[in-house]
Design a protein around this ligand. Structure first.
Ligand SMILES: Nc1ncnc2c1ncn2[C@@H]1O[C@H](COP(=O)(O)OP(=O)(O)OP(=O)(O)O)[C@@H](O)[C@H]1O
Length: 203
């Protein structure tokens, strides 16, 4: 059932609100045992109920920096004073288990992964237009008006990157959800797909 790209991690990126979580939730519901997210490392303190090794590997700043200096991360970033990173080991253990490793990564992380030997498949989930992206973010009801505008601005940068030749292996335009999902599912199952072309997506 799985296709030729199965052993290569799948790096999913795309603007906030483009539909990554929607597609992933559907995929995991359809195929509950075949896929896994890598567990990231973080220096932030666990929230109540969080378990080390489940939501994150919780480590000290010292441990994080020493793993970083050994080249143990494929990507890392600092948000609000805490370090976050995806370790090579976390990905390798999923690949060894026979599951397909899926990474949901923002654009800086994608740039970093490109400098490693991970050799994943890169897929960009694009909104049909910026105004639809804005409408969906508003419709989701999780963001203030200011936060929506910030996300739309960031989306422009991500789209600029996605326009560069070779930035992503595949583009899926999340226009009609059922159509986008069929393409995404086929790609996630390891098949080469004929992807979409990026809409102009200008402000
Ligand atoms: N094809 C679609 N048509 C209409 N609405 C959609 C479609 N895909 C997703 N949505 C809606 O758009 C909103 C944003 O989707 P979602 O939360 O999956 O985005 P995301 O890329 O995961 O965002 P984030 O990076 O912020 O987590 C949700 O309310 C979702 O229900």
């Amino acid at each position: 059932m799985s296709g030729p790209h199965w052993a290569r991690p799948l790096v999913l990126s795309g603007p906030s609100g483009s539909g990554k979580s929607t597609l992933l939730t559907r995929l995991f519901a359809d195929h509950p045992t075949q896929f896994a997210f890598s567990v990231s490392h973080t220096t932030r303190v666990p929230r109540p109920g969080e378990v080390n090794g489940e939501q994150y590997h919780f480590v000290s700043r010292e441990n994080f920096l020493s793993l970083l200096s050994e080249g143990g991360f494929v990507e890392h970033a600092e948000f609000s004073g805490n370090l976050y990173g995806t370790s090579k080991q976390a990905i390798a253990s999923i690949v060894e288990s026979g599951k397909r490793c899926i990474l949901d990564i923002e654009v800086q992380g994608v740039r970093q992964i490109k400098r490693t030997d991970l050799n994943p498949i890169y897929c960009f989930i694009a909104p049909p237009s910026l105004s639809m992206l804005r409408d969906r973010l508003i419709g989701r009801g999780t963001e203030t008006t200011d936060a929506v505008e910030k996300r739309v601005k960031t989306a422009l940068l991500e789209i600029e990157y996605a326009k560069l030749p070779g930035a992503h292996d595949y583009i899926i335009v999340n226009d009609d959800l059922d159509r986008a999902y069929e393409l995404f599912k086929s790609l996630a199952l390891g098949n080469p797909i004929s992807g979409d072309t990026l809409p102009p997506l200008e402000q």
